[in-house]
Design a protein around this ligand. Sequence first.
Ligand code: FAD
Length: 450
Amino acid sequence: MIDRRRFIGAMGAGSLMAMFPLSALAAAPRVVVVGGGMAGATVAKYLRLWSGKTIDVTLVTPATSYTSNIMSNLVITGQVAYSALNFTYANLTKSYGVKVVTGTVSAVNGFGSNAGGTVTVVNGPTSTQLSCERVVLAPGVQFDPVPLTENAALAAPVVHAWQAGQQTLDLQKLLAGMPNGGTFVMSIPAKPYRCPPGPYERACVVADYLKRNKPGAKIIVLDANPGIVAEPTNFGNAFQSYFAAGVLEYWPSTAVVSASNTSVPGRSQSVTVNVAGSGAMMPAGVSGVRTLAGDVVNLIPPHRAPQIASLAGVVPAGSRFAPVDVLNYESTLVRKIHIVGDAADTTLPKAGHVGNQEAKICAAAIINAFKNQAPDPAPTANSACYSPIDSTRASWLTVVYQYDPATKKMVAWDGVLNQPGAPTEAASPSTGNFSKMSTWYKVLMSDSFA
Ligand SMILES: Cc1cc2nc3c(=O)[nH]c(=O)nc-3n(C[C@H](O)[C@H](O)[C@H](O)COP(=O)(O)OP(=O)(O)OC[C@H]3O[C@@H](n4cnc5c(N)ncnc54)[C@H](O)[C@@H]3O)c2cc1C
C-alpha cells in the first residue's frame, strides 16, 4: 500500500508541489519498468539520469541479460557471433542505481487513480508485489501461433527468429544444414510489425549466403504486404540485381494460410499460401491457394502487444497494440500506466532506435509529472537504421518525426522544407555503410544499456 507521505510527495499537491524540486520530496517517487529490452532499459536509465537519481526505479526482466534482435540476421548467416547480441543490466545498476528484479510480471493492478498501484512479479514459485506511483510497460511483442495443419505436439517447430534467442541459433543451424539446390521459404506479416526493413534485410543476407555457399539454392519471400515496406529502392534493386537468376523470388500480397511439417514427401516442411499479387520476381501465372515445399521454413507471424498489456487493461478489445498519448506515452485507457516500444500503438515504426527515443520522451514526461509539470508539448523523435544487403555492403534509412498538435500524432517531417516528409534511404548500399553500421549499433546499445 502507498503511504500518505509518499502519496503527497509523488503526486504533487497543486501549486504547493510546483514550488519544490523533485529532490525536495519527502520520499522518492517509485516507477516500475516491465521489460528490459530496448525501450525498457532506456526508460529505466533516463528516469534515473535525468531526475538526478531522485526517482526510485525498478526494472523487472525475465532474464539477467538481454539478447538484441538488432544484428541478429547476421548471426543467422554466421557472420556475427551470438555473443555480440548479449547486453547485461550491470551498468544500469552500477552507474545509475536502477534496481533490477529478475522475474515475469503477471499482473498490474490499481492504476488509474491518483494513488498508483501494484505490479506482481513471478519468479518460479515466488511471487512478489511491488508498489509504485507509475508503471512503464515495455514488454515488446508476442506472436500469433502459426496455423499448423497437424497436431502441434507432433510437429517440429516453425521458427520465426523474430525475437532473438534460441530460435536465432536454430535458424542458423537450419540454414547451414540446407542442401545445395534447396529452398528457404520465409514470410513477412502485414504491417505494422517490428522493424519494417528487417524481413527484407533477412531475405538479402540469406540470399547472399545461399549464393556463396549453396549452389542452386533459392529463397522464396512471401510478403503479406503489396510491396516492399521499407527502403524499397535499395531492397528492390538488390532483389532484382544481386539476387536475380533464381536465387530470390519475391511474392507480394501473399498471405500464409497454414504450415505443415510432414505433408510433402522428401521435404521437411511446406507452407500453404493465398497469392493475390504478381510481379517480375515471381513465377508467372501463380495465383490463389497453393502449397510450397521448403527445406527451411521461416514464418514471421503477425504480432501483438504481449498478454501483460491486455491484463493491465491498456489494449482495447479487438486491437493488437496499446494506444498512448505520444506526449508522455501514458495509456489512453488507464492513467499512470505508460507503454513504450513495440507494444505501443503509435504512428512511429516499431524499431529499437525508436523504442529508445520513445523511452526518453516518456522518462522526461514522468519526471515532469512528478514535479506537477506538463510534458514537452512538441517532442521530436528519429529513426535511423542500417541494413546489411550482403556480407560487405549495407544500406541505411533515416527519418525524423515531429508531434502534430492537430492530429496529436507523430508525423514524418522534412526539416529542410518544414513540412511532412518521408524516410530517406542511402543512395546505394556500400562497404562504408557496412562499417558505419557497427558504430551505430555500439552507440545505440550503449545509450540504452551503458
Ligand atoms: C531481425 C531483427 C532485426 C532488427 N533490426 C533492427 C535495427 O536494425 N534497428 C532497429 O532500430 N530495430 C531493429 N529491430 C527491431 C527491434 O529489435 C525492436 O523494435 C525492439 O527490440 C523493440 O524494443 P522493446 O523494448 O519494445 O521490445 P524488446 O526489445 O523485445 O524487449 C522487451 C522485453 O520485455 C520482456 N518482457 C515481456 N513480457 C514481460 C513480462 N510480463 N514481464 C517482464 N518482462 C517482460 C521481454 O522478455 C523482453 O526482454 C530488429 C528486429 C528484428 C527481429
